[in-house]
Design a protein around this ligand. Structure first.
Ligand code: GLU
Length: 290
């Protein structure tokens, strides 16, 4: 049996917090225990929010925790051609289309739809795409693309699901409702997700799937907040003919109010905790590791 390959894949759009420390340590130590490989990937596709100083801090914080990784580190911003090739393939399969509405236009469309009752939302609570760009005539689509208008490339969820058929994944951890073992993937609950934008030519869903495949990841271990996204990942893996890793979604580290730690909730960064005198041993004990 080839050795398992695990990875930690932070976005360099903020400082790592205790939740990241838990995930990185779980992956690193699982790879060590199983005589596998541990890779680090920097998810830096969003040039407007990712910054080199955050990336530097990621390396410092992980080293401080005692985590080491194989070189070179894969930085997503250096591999846009890989994502482009996947988008071309999806376009050829007829499951990709551009939409042209701005965020404000989408919000207005949702509001108009809600006059007749609630409009469906995805598992993150975001309204599904309400637009009609999928049925734009090819000539009109071309005209708008040529005009240089901003656009988002969306997955035609209905067509993609038809192409993929029934999808499952093997869950070695658990979902928020205790789902484990063979889990049925229901990507349709996400609607026509965005896979790329004019200004950011890929997306989390697309690049994570391509990179996990290109890096030969056998075990994806990550926070339970990404459990729902796995359905979209399985769908993309299936239609792009990519191997299927085993998934292990772990518990989230929460603050004293029970809210998950996140960069947006301004969870304290590991560097700041270090300055305040916290030791790696105390980090381990805080996140429940021996
Ligand atoms: N880059 C993602 C994050 O920082 C994690 C991606 C993954 O583990 O699949 O939340």
């Amino acid at each position: 049996m080839p050795p398992p390959v695990l990875r930690f894949a932070p976005s360099s759009n903020g400082f790592l917090h205790l939740g990241h420390a838990f995930s990185a340590l779980m992956n690193f130590e699982s790879a060590q225990r199983r005589k596998g490989r541990f890779l680090l990937r920097i998810e830096d596709i969003d040039a407007t929010r990712c910054r080199p100083e955050f990336e530097t801090a990621i390396y410092q914080d992980l080293a401080w925790l005692g985590v080491s990784w194989e070189m070179p580190v894969r930085r997503q911003s250096e591999h846009l051609a890989d994502y482009r090739a996947a988008l071309d393939r999806l376009a050829m399969l007829g499951v990709l289309y551009p939409s042209f509405e701005s965020r404000a236009e989408i919000a207005a469309l949702v509001k108009a739809r809600e006059v007749d009752g609630a409009w469906p939302r995805d598992p993150d609570g975001v309204p599904l795409y309400p637009g009609t760009a999928k049925s734009l005539a090819a000539t009109e689509r071309e005209r708008r693309l040529r005009s240089g208008a901003p656009f988002a490339l969306r997955l035609d969820m209905e067509a993609a699901c038809r192409l993929a058929g029934r999808l499952t994944w093997i869950e070695r951890g658990s979902g928020p409702d205790g789902e484990t073992g063979e889990v049925l993937a229901r990507p349709e609950v996400w609607g026509d997700v965005i896979l790329a934008r004019k200004d950011i030519p890929t997306s989390y869903h697309l690049s994570v799937v391509i990179d996990d495949a290109l890096q030969g990841i056998t075990d994806v271990m990550r926070g339970q907040d990404l459990f729902g996204s796995t359905a979209v990942h399985r769908l993309l893996q299936k239609i792009l003919d990519l191997p299927q890793p085993v998934y292990n979604h772990h518990d989230l580290i929460r603050d004293s109010d029970g809210k998950k730690l996140s960069k947006s909730s301004e969870a304290i960064g590991l560097g700041e905790l270090r300055t305040r005198g916290m030791t790696p041993r105390e980090v381990r004990s805080f996140v429940g590791l021996p």
